[in-house]
Ligand binder design. Sequence first.
Ligand SMILES: [Zn+2]
Length: 270
Amino acid sequence: MATIVFVHAHPDDEAILTAGTMKALVLAGHRVVLMLATDGAAGLTSSALSPGLGDQRLREADAAAAALGVSDRLWLGYGDSGLDGNASIDPSSQTLCSVDVSVAAERLATALREHHADIVVGYDRNGGYGHPDHKRVHQIVHTAADLANIPTVFEATLSREVIIRTIAPIAALGALLNISAITNISHGFSTLSEISHRVDVSLFLDSKRAAMQAHASQTVGGGVPRTLQVFLGLPKWLFTRLLGTEFYIQTRGDHHENAIARLAQTSVLK
Ligand SMILES: [Zn+2]
């Protein structure tokens, strides 16, 4: 049995990027820990939910973690830096991007040691779509893995090609997801040539959907349909095509003898 610590930037990132892998690992007898770097307090939501959004989102993460069988849901203690990297919702808390990488990494390394992590999972070098907190998670996970001497390190990502070829023909969906407004997708996430593991989570999509549904505050607000809301409204075939494989880049350790590598992999991508 291995202990795998997934480090995510905000509550709901775990549901979209790695929930199926987490469920598969739990069912294979491993211990899965979810570490949230921030509370997501700078996220969009309805005006009714805005006050106390950070606490609300951490509670939603608890519900998502329960749906996945996660043993511990932790918080690194930092506030959400916002899309511009400068959000400051709660003056009493520091945002992730306002502290030195070394300080946040030391805090994470302490948690990795306490939980006897065998594998730590962070983000790719682009920070996925490029949110400052996601880029910071990339940095602190690698630094913490060095500090805590973690033998196996993965980066969660998405395939740039799969996103483009699935969404591009559906122009309306692309506009709804508002992806081009967030970043130029041709520079975000990772290419298939960079990706080392493609975990087939098609058998665990009910759990993944339940984890996504737990983040109810992220399905409202902002004036345009939210990414989570759009995903949850997709017909089953499209939901499976977009979310039925979870993508990773392994940067340290044996590429075959570890808990994530032993999960079923997607051989042919649609
Ligand atoms: Zn995020």
